[in-house]
Design a protein around this ligand. Structure first.
Ligand code: NAD
Length: 265
């Protein structure tokens, strides 16, 4: 299985290179970076603190897709949309971890998934995939007198808020209640907000330090509260899940797949 990494110089890109190098059955086909990035021309092995492998980071994205069975993409929304078009053009599978995608971006990915296999997940960890299933079940079980709030904290460099995972957990809660998150989402509270609107799903965002990703879904009623929490201790868990998805997607028909599909949940 030839696996390529776009954005190989990024925090997740380097994790992914390391994970592919250490995964039996996976062969690292190369890595790209955006034009002008410092990692261009670096050997992929030495870039991640391993022995040199004789393959360099390039900006030739089309060549990477041509040389790969699957490409893993943890970059930025405009790059990911362009990569989806290349996946279609080359018949390459695409694993998308990029967050902060707009509804229009998601529509373009869904379109590409008609012609190439795509695995898209806001969080590739096993724990969060299971958490989303639990949140859906709890929200479906508890009545509307239980308020639902999603709290997340990430490192100071994160550029989108609430996190893609927080939104995915909000969608899971909304699905459990049989509503659309867009109709009940309350992500901004500042100043005189008035009382909480019944049925809303609230979001609170914390940013600081090097926190990899903490998520808590709070179900609060009169006199009792249920909190479900996941804490990521290392980015390696996302890289492991994404490489697992790349190995799983080999030979799959075009389609839009999730981590539930990959894990057989
Ligand atoms: P980062 O800024 O460290 O890395 C992104 C890299 O992509 C950078 O090196 C950048 O130069 C590169 N890039 C941008 N445009 C490119 C292009 N056109 N071609 C090639 N490379 C390009 O960010 P990060 O912390 O690694 O996170 C990247 C994304 O992954 C974010 O959206 C983040 O939220 C998401 N993420 C998702 C998960 C998950 O499990 N789904 C986990 C962690 C991070």
């Amino acid at each position: 299985m030839r696996i390529g990494i776009v954005g190989g110089g990024g925090r997740m890109g380097q994790m992914l290179i390391r994970e592919v190098l250490n995964t039996p059955g996976a062969k690292l086909s190369g890595a790209t970076e955006r034009p002008g990035a410092a990692a261009i021309g670096r050997d992929l092995g030495t870039l991640v603190g391993a022995d040199p492998i004789g393959v360099l980071v390039t900006e030739d994205t089309a060549a990477l897709f041509a040389a790969s069975d699957a490409v893993i993409d943890f970059t930025a929304p405009p790059a990911t949309v362009a990569h989806a078009a290349l996946a279609v053009a080359h018949g390459t599978a695409l694993i998308v971890g990029t967050t902060g995608l707009s509804p229009d971006d998601h529509a373009k990915l869904a379109d590409a998934a008609g012609k190439a296999p795509l695995v898209v997940a806001a969080n590739f960890s096993l724990g969060v995939t299971l958490l989303a299933g639990l949140v859906r079940k709890v929200a479906a079980t508890l009545g509307p007198d239980w308020d639902i709030e999603v709290l997340e904290m990430h490192h100071r460099h994160k550029v989108d808020a609430p996190s893609g995972t927080a939104l995915a957990l909000g969608r899971a809660a909304a699905a459990g209640r049989g509503v659309d998150l867009a109709d009940v989402k309350d992500a901004v509270r500042d100043g005189h907000t008035g009382a909480r609107t019944p049925g809303d799903i609230g979001f609170a965002t914390l940013r600081g330090g090097d926190v990899v990703g903490d998520h808590t879904v709070i179900f609060a009623a009169e006199a009792e509260r249920l909190e479900l929490t996941h804490k990521a201790g290392s980015r390696a868990i996302f890289a492991r899940g994404a490489v697992r998805a790349a190995l799983w997607v080999a030979g799959k028909a075009p389609g839009l797949y999730s981590m539930d599909d990959v894990l057989g949940l």
